[in-house]
Structures are given as C-alpha cells and as structure tokens.
Design a protein around this ligand. Structure first.
Ligand code: AGP
Length: 611
C-alpha cells in the first residue's frame, strides 16, 4: 500500500500535495517524493517520512500548478532515496508514481536493458515508466496513447500518475487493482489513493475503475478504457469525515486490518502460488532450499504473535518436511548460551522487522554460522536486512498494535515455504502437494466467509465482556491458535486469558473451571477433533461455559457448547488462518464493548524496539 496524490489547477501544487501526503502516511512511510511542473519537471524525493522530505527541500524551487506526490510502502527494492517515487524516465521528460506490484517487470526490464536502458533504482515502477517512454518514442505518440499501449502488456496491480514535461498542465492516471479517487473542483482537479487529500477542497469525487485511464487537466477530466473509448465519469458526493477515511470507513485500524485479510492473504500468495502449474515461486527461499532441505533442524525465532506463527509452522514443517523444528522466544534465545550447529537454519518471523530481541538473537546466531531467513512484513527493515534470504509477507502497513493480518500472512508464507521444501524433498506425494496448494489458494475466500459472521461474534462479545478470566484451548495446529486468541484478548480488553494445550487441562488448569469461566475451545474438524470434543465434555461436566470454534455443519459439537464461532472446513494444515479470525474479532468487540482504545492498548507499542 502506498499513498499517491496529484493536483492540477490554479493553486500552488506543492502545499496541496504535501498536506495530502501527510494524510496518507498511514498507507506507508518508507520514503516520499514530489514532482512539480513549472516550465520544467522538478523531482524531490528521499527515504523517510513526509516531514523529513519537507524539511530537506525548504528553499528549493517549489513553484508549479501541476504536480504529483507519493509516500511509499516498499515491495520491490528496500527504502532508499533511489527507490523513492516519483521516478523519472531515462530522458528525464516523464515522471511517475505508482501504487501496486508489476508482476512481469523482470521480463520488461530485460527487454529494456537489451535496448540499452540503464536503471537508477531496483523498483518495478522505474521499469514500467521506461517501458512507457520507449513506446512513446517508437510509436511517435502522446503520453496517453503510450500508457494505454503499455498497460496492455502489464500484469499485476497498479495505480500510476504520470507527468510529461511536454504537457505541463496534464496528469495521466490509470488503475487496476489499487484505489484511485479524482476530486472535482472549480477549474481544478485532485487525485488520491483515497479522498483524504481532497476532502477539504471538494466532496465531489469520481472513483476510477479497473482498466480505466484518466486524462486530467485543470478544467477537464476525460475517462477512457484501454480500448480508447470515452467513459462518462460517475460523480459522487462524499459524506464521510476525514478520520473515517484513513480507517477505510471502519471504526478502528484493527477492525480494518482484520477485514483486509482476504486481500492481504491473496496479495501474499500472488505471484508465488501457482495451483495450475503446481508451483511455488519464492526466489528468496529458492537460493537456500538446499540448506533448508538438508538442515538437521530449523529454529523459528520470534516474539508474541509472530512466535505463535512459528509454533504453527513447527507442526507444518515437521509434518510435511520431516525436519526437526524448535520454536524459540527471541528474548530467551538471545540471553542463554544456545547451541548453534553449522547447517542450522533459522527462520526469524517479525511483522515490524525491528523487534530488538529478535534482531539480536539472529545476529548472534549468524555470527555462529547459522543461515538466517526472514519472514518479515516491513521491506528493508533491520531484521530483513540482517537475514541472508527469506520472503516478505506483503500484508501492507499494520497500524493496530494488535497484530492480525500480519499473523495470517506469516502463516501463508510459512506454509508455502514448507510446501516448497517438502515437494523438493519429496516427503509428500504429488497428490497431497497439489491438494494443499489448492487448500491454500481457497483461504482468502474462506476468510471472507468468516468475516460475514461478525454480527454473531459481536453479540457474543456483549455476552462475555464482563468475565474476569478466560481459558483458550486447542490441540495440534490449533494449539498455537488458542495461544494467539488468548493474547489478542489480553492485549485488547485487559481481561486475563490463558492459552493451553487442551489435553493439559487434566494436569491442573481444570481446577479453574466453574460456571463463571468462559473457555474458548478451538474444535475445528481435524485429526484431534474427537479428543477435543472430550475436553469440551470435561468442561461442561464442571459447569464451565464453552465457546467453541467449529467447522461449518458440525452440529454435534455445536449441541454440546454454550456458543459457537463457525469457520468453513479446511485441511488442518491451513485451518489456523481461518480459526484465528473469529478470535481476533471476539477480542476486538470485547475491547470495544469495554470502551478501550483497541488501536493503542495501554502499556503497549506497535514495535518493541527496546529490550
Ligand atoms: C501482537 O499482537 C503483539 N502486538 C506483539 O506480541 C507482537 O507480535 C510482538 O511484539 C512481535 O512483533 P514483530 O512481529 O513486529 O516482531
């Protein structure tokens, strides 16, 4: 997710753009930049937040009535001045900003290199821009036509805004898969990833659709499809407040991020999971596939929710790859004197990529010869840079302190890695491999199904919000889900909650059970289901209240519980990405019902960069 802003009209463009970028920083804040038209094309960009850019260009020539601006969430190429947008074409006459991922950029880049093009950045954006310029040059056409031709060869998602030094008042924009809003003013137009940059100037907007191209001048907006046919813009009147826009209309970032999961898991799988060809493509893992396959053990090192993802991965890797896996709290691992053997592979899991304990733990292990693979969300973060290889989770900025979409994206990446290794190691047969690829590909849709049960979960939250303690139980792949559900509740509602392996109840915790204790049991249909059902009966026999996460259609289990949270059936290996979602929502709605700030819970920080 990146933030894009554009303006053309009688105002000075720079102040409009820089204020708009500040409003969009929640979409990404690795680097920022602006391009302004004032007789010539001027581009100012740098790594860091909008305020840092602003400070760095005080006193520069910032005149111009047409311009574009960008705040980046890195996907290709780590945060740096060179990788910041806007990018300029080889001739310097074109400037472009982009939100999205061009999946076939490596092929386009090679074609351009063969024609003598050189690149200043590692981004897919610069490739697309020079591809457009190459077409403009060869076809002797204007920018609008060159963009239209180029986009017919592009696969992936994009919103692009372009300036051409030869058309100083015009902005060319196009979208597919990423959002673009155009604000209609009097003799002026505004563009943005959402309406927040334009809301104070106009509430009349046009939402550009996929495969549409916009030619935007101060007093004219033309919409066309890629077949060069004009489209009548559908102008809507906005009745939304600024604060609500940043949260996409949701009450909190946490809820928005829970509801983003069908898309973020899809984005995580995109370009990697090929169910038709039966392939998993992960370049950052491929180069270490041999070391992983031959590793005596794999160490998963993480904290908090990411540690829970590592625990799920332990079950998956051992089941599929038949490799010994150990899961370590980074804070414990770094302070004891762990045994690191040459050939050990460490998978460091982190949303922020800045967790101090995890970073130091892997630095120590790397110094002792271990291979470090990072499963990280923030591109170019410290843990990503300290790793030899790995895979990004592409979940976009996670603003809510409670990690939700990052967790399911971590599970998606870790499952793909395990499947890739198991397939190459031939520890699973082709039939099971293809079955699991397909199961994984169906997860985004199944998560969307679960999200539709939100009203039921909200009612349960009202019913149980005053409980003083909760127990969360699960077995096998769902044991870490029980731990994660308990953590979510603790950090959002401040209610004491404890996750436990369901079978451990009889070794002590069952003494806690009485009619006041809600027990959440993750009881989806899997290898352990009949055992978990016995645990439910043990609790009911002691008057405990059971809230069970069950598979759709499991009426027998439903009949023995006080309340149920339903998820679609799925193979147990991918089921945690489903069974965690109702627990995220339960924690969220209980926190809201108790009147707490669910995006910024007390005592917590989003990234624990302290020890
Ligand atoms: C999760 O909801 C918490 N906010 C916290 O446990 C978090 O998962 C932990 O601090 C690890 O952070 P990281 O994934 O950024 O390394």
């Amino acid at each position: 997710m990146c933030g894009i802003v554009g303006y053309t009209g009688p105002k000075d463009a720079y102040p409009v753009i820089i204020k708009g970028l500040k409003r969009l920083e929640y979409r990404g804040y690795d680097s920022t930049g602006v391009a302004l038209q004032n007789g010539s094309l001027k581009v100012y960009k740098k790594k860091g937040k909008v305020a840092e850019l602003e400070e760095s260009i005080v006193g520069k020539d910032l005149k111009g009535h047409t311009g574009i601006g960008h705040t980046r969430w890195a996907t290709h190429g780590e945060p740096s001045d060179a990788n910041a947008h806007p990018h300029q074409s080889a001739s310097g006459k074109l400037a472009m900003i982009h939100n999205g991922i061009i999946e076939n950029y490596t092929q386009l880049k090679q074609e351009l290199i063969n024609k003598g093009y050189q690149f200043k950045s590692e981004t897919d954006t610069e490739v697309l821009l020079n591809f457009i310029e190459e077409i403009k040059k060869n076809n002797h056409c204007n920018l609008e036509e060159a963009v239209r031709i180029a986009l017919k060869r592009v696969t992936g998602a994009y919103v692009i805004l372009l300036l051409d030094a030869e058309e100083p008042e015009t902005i060319i924009a196009a979208r597919k898969g990423s959002p673009l809003v155009i604000g209609i003013g009097k003799g002026e137009h505004f563009l943005g990833s959402d309406a927040s940059p334009m809301l104070e100037y106009t509430k009349e907007v046009v939402y550009v659709n996929d495969y549409e191209l916009a030619i935007v001048k101060p007093d004219e907006l033309i919409l066309k499809n890629l077949g060069n046919e004009k489209i009548t813009p559908y102008v809507q009147k906005l009745d939304i407040e600024l604060a609500a826009i940043e949260k996409g209309g949701y009450d909190h970032f946490m809820l928005k991020e829970i509801f983003e999961q069908p898309q973020t898991i899809f984005d995580c799988l995109r370009g990697r999971l090929d169910t038709t060809g039966g392939k998993i493509t992960m370049s950052g893992i491929q180069q270490y596939a041999g070391q992983i396959m031959n590793a005596n053990r794999i160490l998963m090192i993480a904290c908090g929710t990411s540690w829970h993802a590592g625990l799920v991965a332990e079950y998956i890797f051992e089941e599929l790859c038949r490799i010994n896996v150990e899961v370590e709290y980074a804070s414990e691992f770094r302070y004891r004197n762990p045994v690191i053997n040459p050939g050990d592979v460490i998978i460091a899991i982190s949303q922020s990529g800045e967790t101090a304990d995890t970073l130091v733990a892997i630095e120590n292990a790397k110094n002792q010869g271990a291979i470090i693979l990072g499963v990280v969300n923030v591109v170019g973060s410290s843990i990503a840079r300290a790793s030899h290889g790995g895979a990004y989770t592409h979940a976009g900025p996670e603003i809510g302190v409670a990690s939700t979409k990052a967790f399911t994206a971590q599970l998606a990446v870790l499952t793909m890695i395990a499947l890739k290794i198991a397939h190459e190691k031939q520890t699973i047969d082709q039939e099971r491999y293809l079955h699991l690829l397909n199961e994984l590909s169906e997860i985004p849709e199944k998560v969307a199904w679960v999200l539709k049960t939100k009203e039921k979960i909200q009612q349960l939250a009202e019913k149980y919000k005053d409980a003083r303690d909760f127990l969360y139980l699960g077995r096998g792949y769902n044991f870490p889900v029980a731990l994660e559900g308990a953590l979510k509740l603790k950090e959002i509602s401040y209610i004491h909650a404890e996750g436990y392996p369901a079978a451990e109840m009889k070794h002590g915790p069952i003494a806690l059970v009485d009619e006041h204790l809600p027990v959440v049991v993750v009881a989806t249909k899997d290898t352990y289901h009949h055992k978990v059902v016995s645990n439910i009966q043990e609790i009911k026999a002691r008057k405990g209240k059971v809230i069970a996460v069950i598979s759709e259609g499991d009426t027998d289990t439903a009949a023995m519980c006080d309340d149920v949270l339903i998820v679609p059936e799925a193979d147990e290996i991918v089921a945690p990405m489903l069974s965690v979602v109702p627990l995220q929502l339960l924690a969220y709605y209980i926190g809201v019902a108790k009147g707490y700030d669910v995006d910024k819970p007390r005592n917590l920080a989003k990234s624990v960069t302290v020890e």
